[in-house]
Unconditional design. Structure first.
Ligand SMILES: Cc1cc2nc3c(=O)[nH]c(=O)nc-3n(C[C@H](O)[C@H](O)[C@H](O)COP(=O)(O)O)c2cc1C
Length: 231
């Protein structure tokens, strides 16, 4: 384990006052993490900020499984490993010779290899609820369902960024959902939506690479992008 002294919880919480735009600009997937444990109180505080996010019909039907126990983490790693081992050679082959791409995929590989050593996993789950299915069209039901989870997840990611924790939003590690549910002891009506590995950051935060805003904004109707010369 690398020598690393995390900040005291009060000190970490004080960092939440960082300017919002700075947090947003520099929040990114940070996958290389110290093994040093993270105070559960800090995770509670960050999840509480997560809960300030909106939900469909104000349903607030989340639950968050916070995994810190070694045996549980080993089980999650065992679930992820076969998929990672199947997927990784393809990813490496596709990146061969491309230094930039190899640098991009390296943290994911590091993380997969050290999965069970990551201090905390948060698994946001949502309750499968008839309300979501009666909203109307299936696309809207799906949108309302997942859209009730991801705003809370983004709040959590921003909170992690501000206090100095590394985190990333992932779905692949819980790919075999029935097994993920069994590991987490979830009742039938709770759906695990993603998994967020969290620990003190080894890697750097942003800036992130995103397209220029005028390329992705359309005014009044799709295709109308006056400032890019498309109208
Ligand atoms: C819905 C969703 C699912 C994701 N699943 C995974 C995943 O399974 N594994 C992973 O390494 N990253 C996953 N990511 C993270 C993205 O790959 C990452 O946010 C993206 O590459 C941008 O990275 P950056 O914010 O560091 O620029 C997921 C992101 C989203 C929004």
């Amino acid at each position: 384990m690398t020598e690393f002294t995390p900040p005291a919880t009060e000190e970490a919480l004080a960092r939440l006052s960082m300017p919002m735009a700075d947090a947003m600009r520099t929040q990114r997937a940070v996958r290389r993490l110290h093994e040093t444990p993270v105070d559960l109180e800090l995770i509670y505080e960050l999840l509480e900020l997560g809960l300030k996010a909106p939900t469909s019909s104000n349903s607030q039907d989340w639950c968050f499984v916070v995994v810190t126990g070694r045996e549980q983490k080993e089980r999650l790693a065992k679930l992820y490993r076969p998929l990672y081992r199947a997927f990784s050679p393809m990813e490496r082959r596709a990146a061969a010779g491309d230094e930039r791409e190899l640098r991009r995929i390296a943290p994911g590989q590091w993380q997969a290899e050290h999965f069970a050593d990551i201090p905390v996993f948060v698994v946001p789950c949502y309750r499968r609820n008839l309300k979501h299915h009666s909203v109307g069209w299936p696309q809207i039901s799906v949108s309302s369902f997942y859209g009730s989870v991801y705003p809370a997840v983004q709040n959590l990611l921003l909170g992690c960024r501000a206090v100095g924790l590394g985190a990333s939003l992932q779905t692949l590690p819980i790919w075999l959902m029935p097994i993920a549910r069994r590991i987490l002891g979830l009742p039938r009506d709770r759906v695990p939506v993603c998994i967020i590995p969290i620990g003190w950051a080894k890697g750097n935060y942003g800036p992130t690479t995103r397209p220029p805003i005028r390329e992705v904004v359309h005014i009044d109707r799709f295709g109308n992008q006056p400032e890019t010369g498309q109208a």
